[in-house]
Design a protein around this ligand. Structure first.
Ligand code: IMP
Ligand code: MG
Length: 177
């Protein structure tokens, strides 16, 4: 069984989201903001960011899958659940759990930018800049982290651990020990 070593606790996550919500609220005051939650990993971050945002906004969903059940990217990105008409004329803020190679966010940002939206920007809870393969820089970022595979607060390993209230590093047991 893998174990999880705490990395960012729930209080620290909540405080950071409060700061981000203030910044985003000022940037999007009087603009038709839609938070586009990237499922599944972005569900808790989007819920908390939405509740902390001091301005009116809508919420929409897109499902992106770039991983199988493991910790290695397959390189393939699939999208569904997106209703493009919902984003017409909106200032779209894509809400992602984590930017790793950058492939998922790059394809999504390009796809959304090709729609008749007013603007599109990227908000990510976590960034692993050391793993980048495609140039992507989040406009709003929670935390930059080292190259660990992390779980909790929406992030999974084989669909487990999403419900943890904190973010932790997944430590695989060494079969030799
Ligand atoms: P990218 O396309 O390589 O940037 O990967 C983005 C997606 O891979 C994220 O939205 C996550 O679903 C998943 N992912 C990347 N790194 C991690 C991690 O450390 N833990 C859990 N999921 C991850
Ligand atoms: Mg995942």
């Amino acid at each position: 069984m893998p174990t999880v070593t705490p990395l960012i606790d729930a209080t620290t996550i909540a405080a950071r989201i409060g700061v981000l919500a203030g910044v985003i609220g000022r940037a999007y005051a009087d603009r038709p903001l839609t938070l586009l939650c990237c499922l599944k990993g972005g569900y808790l971050f989007t819920a908390d960011l939405s509740r902390a945002l001091p301005i009116p906004h809508r919420v929409a969903f897109v499902r992106a899958a770039s991983y199988g059940d493991g910790t290695v990217s397959s390189g393939n990105v699939r999208f569904d659940c997106l209703d493009p008409a919902e984003l017409d004329g909106r200032d779209v803020l894509l809400v992602e759990d984590i930017i790793d190679t950058g492939r998922t966010a790059a394809v999504l940002m390009k796809t959304i930018a090709s729609l008749p939206v007013r603007s599109v920007r990227l908000c990510a809870l976590l960034d692993k800049p050391g793993r980048r393969e495609v140039a992507v820089i989040p406009d709003y970022l929670g935390f930059s982290i080292d190259d660990h595979f992390v779980v909790g607060y929406g992030l999974d390993y084989a669909e487990a651990y999403r419900n943890l209230p904190y973010i932790g590093v997944l430590v695989q047991d060494d079969p030799a020990t």
